[in-house]
Ligand binder design. Structure first.
Ligand SMILES: Cc1ncc(COP(=O)(O)O)c(C=O)c1O
Length: 393
């Protein structure tokens, strides 16, 4: 359990990693990677410092859970082998056959696949609504509804939903509000403070921050729910390894620095693209032109490092542009220090039928950018030369 007495950057560096000065300990300033899968004890009934077996509890993983709980203003944290492992454990803790979820229609595709193709087979129903209008969430609630699931901003259209307004609805109907906070990270948004009950992260993204470690996290403050999740995590075994816990801890040390630079670069690129003649539309919640700019400002400390834009012309021109870039890696995922770019219609969202994609706004010329922390002039230079080349192929 955590109590927050320091600021975000201090907690990013120190929380969960206080040096151990007890007899025989070495005072490491970085938590060691405890690879041991089992822990010896002196007395049959007394596990040493509470540790028995790494699936149940591991000191390196525990350090990461403590740090992340601090950063999300949560009392408890659990970390998992991926974002989807975290989601699965939350779902099995909250739902049983016959229950119903109301979910934002613009959720990450893998979350929808989990709901539609896996949990549906266990008798769980889901209704998707445009949660940018909180009234739609309330309209979709049924007697069997147990959970409301949102992700804000959404991907790749960066739609924002009002966490406070939706939390008022879930409180009124005694439902659990789960917020996927992957896109803004705890540096820019803290859904628990806005009324959500559970926060989920794919720590593969901004939390790890270096595109080298897969992971997931669940942060919450309800003791009974935490115990239920901990029990199920151990029962299904969806834990993060000690080495991956260490890598994630290492990534978090520079969290504030990275996030500030991601955002600074994202703003500069958004402004550059907005004024470029070959770009028809830029979607970034930090821009005044974003339809929910004011809402984004009212519930976040910043707007993050992901933006989308539409290139004028055809899908072929969009592909020419992407294939002409040198610095931006043409790749799925987001949140790493390196800039990534992708074409949702052909990559992350290609599983959605074209007609539906067009209907929701994922056109063949929509491009998503995860802006990295490189020199922004280099990034703009690369975008600029590729935009010139896009029509010259
Ligand atoms: C918003 C969001 N939530 C959850 C996930 C799933 O996380 P993971 O890939 O770590 O399982 C992703 C992955 O892209 C994501 O973007």
């Amino acid at each position: 359990m955590s109590t927050n007495k320091y600021g975000f950057s201090t907690n990013s560096v120190h929380a969960g990693e206080e040096p151990d000065f007890r007899e025989g300990a070495t005072g490491d300033v970085v938590v060691p990677i405890h690879l041991s899968t089992t822990f010896a004890r002196k007395q049959v009934e007394i596990p040493t410092a509470g540790y028995e077996y790494t699936r149940s509890l591991n000191p390196t993983r525990k350090a990461l859970e403590t740090k992340l709980a601090m950063l999300e203003n949560a009392r408890y944290g659990l970390v998992f082998s991926s974002g989807l492992a975290a989601e699965t454990t939350v779902l099995i803790a909250l739902l049983k056959s016959g229950d119903h979820i109301v979910a934002f229609d613009d959720l990450y595709g893998g979350t929808k696949r989990l709901f539609n193709n896996v949990f549906n087979e266990y008798g769980i129903q889901v209704s998707y609504v445009d949660a940018t209008d909180a009234a739609r969430v309330e309209e979709a609630i049924r007697p069997e509804t147990r959970v409301v699931w949102v992700e804000t901003p959404s991907n790749p259209l960066l739609k924002v939903c009002d966490i406070r307004a939706i939390a008022a609805i879930t409180r009124k109907h005694e439902l659990t509000l789960v917020a996927d906070n992957t896109f803004l990270s705890p540096y820019f948004q803290n859904p628990l403070d806005l009324g959500a009950d559970i926060v989920i992260h794919s720590s593969t993204k901004y939390i790890g921050g270096h595109s080298d470690v897969l992971g997931g996290a669940v942060l919450l403050s309800d003791a009974a729910l935490y115990e239920s999740l901990q029990y199920r995590q151990n029962a299904v075994g969806a834990v993060l390894s000690p080495f991956d816990s260490y890598l994630t801890l290492r990534g978090i040390k520079t969290f504030s620095l990275r996030m500030e630079q991601h955002q600074k670069n994202a703003f500069a690129i958004a402004h550059f693209l907005e004024s470029h003649p070959k770009v028809s539309r830029v979607i970034y919640p930090g821009l005044e032109s974003h339809p929910q700019h004011e809402l984004s400002k009212s519930q976040t400390q910043g707007h993050g490092g992901v933006l989308s834009f539409e290139i004028k012309g055809t899908g072929t021109e969009a592909k020419n542009f992407l294939e002409s870039l040198h610095l931006f890696a043409l790749a799925e995922s987001l949140g790493g220090v390196e800039s990534l770019i992708e074409l949702p219609s052909a990559m992350t969202h290609s599983g959605i039928p074209k007609e539906l994609r067009e209907q929701i706004g994922i056109t063949d010329t929509l491009i998503r950018v995860s802006v990295g922390i490189e020199d922004v002039n280099d990034l703009i230079g690369d975008l600029s030369q590729a935009l010139e080349l896009s029509t010259k192929h």
